[in-house]
Design a protein. Structure first.
Length: 89
């Protein structure tokens, strides 16, 4: 999808008005001071930017153990992701 978008933008008459912007600060992490969220954001950015080295033999990457939380049920997952859903909806 990104490649198609680049081609369309370059071919468009508005291409000279397009500016690529990059987000540098995760505002949720910045405002809440949540170190765990900051680590996750950094790991996710490294993953997305291709900065996690792949195994030369398999081409696979190793995701850090602290990248995510493994849960034992859907209910635990739902309450972890949406802790206030019953109260809010």
């Amino acid at each position: 999808m990104a490649d198609e978008l680049k081609v369309c933008l370059k071919a468009s008459h508005i291409s000279r008005h397009v500016h690529k912007l990059e987000l540098k600060t995760n505002m949720r992490v910045h405002l809440q001071g949540d170190a765990a969220a900051g680590l996750f954001a950094q790991q996710l950015l490294s993953l997305g930017d291709g900065k996690i080295a792949a195994d030369p033999t398999t081409g696979l990457i190793t995701i850090p153990n602290n990248f995510c939380n493994i849960v034992d049920s859907i209910e635990t997952f739902k309450t972890s992701v949406f802790p206030d859903i019953r109260r809010c909806f």
